[in-house]
Design a protein around this ligand. Structure first.
Ligand SMILES: C[S@@+](CC[C@H](N)C(=O)[O-])C[C@H]1O[C@@H](n2cnc3c(N)ncnc32)[C@H](O)[C@@H]1O
Length: 209
């Protein structure tokens, strides 16, 4: 699949999936615990970028509730419309994570199961852009599905829509964030009616001073 097709495919697919995309992950103990640590690591009223915010529930909403100044970003206009409705107190931008150009603007970046919608080249590009967007000493929270990707695995059906979504190995993730310090890494099996059974990996990372 060409790079441009992955983005076009996923934009159309997530537009159709719409509100079905509310995440089951916050109910998972390991995820909730790392999310709490991410929030506690940030200063009061921190600026936080929520990459691939989806419909805003529950992640964007929880970030706003924690008192942060949140920008939700998503490729899908439908997701952005839903997030604006569900969490009106955040700001939003509709674009691909691969197109951001922020420089040291955020205390925190949240990427909850969104970078898995990118192939390896775009993933490395996006991780570099997240690094650049963070202020020195800033934190990022990265949640992905873990595994070794075979190309045939990359297209999967979610709510009837064909989505590009792949697994990443620990080595690939660490390679893409090689300039960041790993504060904590968690793993869990997550089962949900929407996504089935997944091996989840979550990392809390910090940018150096
Ligand atoms: C599995 S949902 C996760 C939603 C939310 N972060 C959560 O954890 O509940 C993936 C989201 O990533 C968005 N997405 C996919 N590719 C993207 C890209 N290249 N740039 C920004 N968002 C993207 C999709 O539109 C979708 O809303």
């Amino acid at each position: 699949m060409e790079t441009v097709n992955i983005l076009a495919q996923n934009k159309a697919a997530w537009d159709s999936i719409g509100c079905d995309a509310a995440s089951p992950y916050m109910e998972q103990e390991m995820y909730a615990d790392l999310f709490k640590q991410f929030c506690q690591s940030l200063p009061t009223k921190a600026r936080v970028l929520d990459v691939g915010c989806g419909p805003g529930i529950p992640v964007t909403k929880a970030l706003v509730k924690a008192g942060f100044n949140v920008i939700g970003l998503d490729l899908s206009p439908k997701m952005i419309a839903l997030a604006k409705h569900n969490v009106p107190d955040a700001q939003y931008t509709c674009k691909s994570i691969t197109d951001i150009d922020y420089v040291e603007e955020f205390h925190g970046v949240m990427a909850s199961y969104s970078l898995l919608c990118l192939d390896h080249d775009m993933f490395v590009l996006a991780c570099g852009k997240i690094f650049l967007a963070l202020k020195p000493m800033g934190y990022c929270f990265i949640a992905l599905n873990e595994g070794v990707c075979r190309h045939s695995d990359a297209l999967t059906r979610i709510s009837g829509q064909l989505v590009y979504s792949r697994v990443y190995s620990e080595a690939e993730i660490k390679g893409a964030f090689s300039q960041m310090r790993i504060i904590r890494l968690g793993r869990a099996i997550v089962e949900s009616s929407m996504y089935g059974r997944e091996q989840s990996i979550v990392l809390l990372l910090q940018k150096p001073a």
